[in-house]
Design a protein around this ligand. Structure first.
Ligand code: NAP
Length: 248
């Protein structure tokens, strides 16, 4: 028996990186997959086909997770196409790194909208069908930076700390409806978002990481699978760090 058989998952920002790894991991475990992206049309088409080859139903939707009206339309389309949403992974996110005095107000707004408002938008939509079904698992991508802060990433850190406060609050609001809400806080994971780190001397980063390496998207996807599945039925309101020990 696969861990997510007969489940329907909605994953934001799955055309690349961690979202793509989560989509593939969930599909390998039997879930039908609705996923979103912002501009990577070709990568989204390729992922849709890869997921279908794994024997599940899969569809990509071009939809801005930071825009409330778009998420309303998206949720209605997914419910129409798939019939239910059992699992929602709020993964879409961006970084716009800069020291505070150099960062523009527009950069602040972009990061908060894509990383934090997006989580509010989709969660507010998906809890309605989940409440009717009296079941659901919501997984929000935070970051170790939301826990520790990071110089040059104040907007990103604020958005990811916000995701943690939101996750815990909604877990308290809807735990009695058997809907679980958890966050994952990855450390440095090898994706497009962290490509720039590999350009320089990686040893200075590895000094901060007990496991002395960056993580792989699949290692985050494994934790998402645990939180999405029946293996975690009494786990809610938690933040699981996937960071090679960085926050120890
Ligand atoms: P990534 O490789 O840059 O991919 C980002 C994904 O999000 C892409 O699929 C992108 O779509 C999509 N996206 C961006 N803005 C969107 C929006 N407004 N609406 C819908 N989709 C949007 O990022 P990643 O490294 O996989 O990160 C995934 C999540 O993990 C993010 O929330 C990130 O903050 C978090 N995280 C990452 C790391 C890390 O080290 N990589 C560490 C901690 C936390 P397009 O391809 O169409 O642009």
């Amino acid at each position: 028996m696969k861990l997510l058989e007969h489940k329907i998952a909605l994953i934001t920002g799955a055309s690349r990186g961690i979202g793509e790894a989560i989509a593939l991991k969930f599909a390998e475990n039997g879930a039908d997959i609705a996923f979103t992206y912002l501009s990577s049309d070709e990568r989204a088409k390729a992922l849709e086909q890869k997921l279908q080859q794994l024997g599940v139903k899969a569809k990509g939707y071009k939809s801005d997770a930071g825009d409330y009206a778009s998420t309303e339309l998206l949720t209605a389309a997914v419910l129409n196409d798939f019939g239910a949403i059992d699992i929602c992974v709020n993964n879409a996110g961006i970084s716009r790194d800069n020291l505070l005095l150099r960062a523009t107000p527009e950069q602040w707004d972009d990061v908060i909208q894509a990383n934090l408002k997006s989580v509010y938008n989709l969660t507010r939509q998906v809890i309605k069908p989940m409440m009717k079904a009296r079941a659901g698992s919501i997984i929000n991508l935070s970051s170790v930076v939301g826990i520790r802060g990071n110089s040059g990433q104040s907007a990103y850190a604020a958005s990811k700390a916000g995701v943690i406060g939101f996750t815990k609050s909604i877990a308290m609001e809807i735990g009695s409806r058997n809907i679980r809400v958890n966050a994952i806080a990855p450390g440095f994971i090898e994706t497009d978002m962290t490509n720039y780190l590999k350009d320089g001397d990686t040893s200075k980063w590895f000094e901060k990481i007990p496991m002395q390496r960056f993580g792989k998207p699949e290692e985050v996807a494994n934790v998402a699978l645990f939180l999405a599945s029946e293996l975690s039925t009494y786990v809610t309101g938690q933040v699981i760090n996937v960071c090679g020990g960085m926050t120890t």
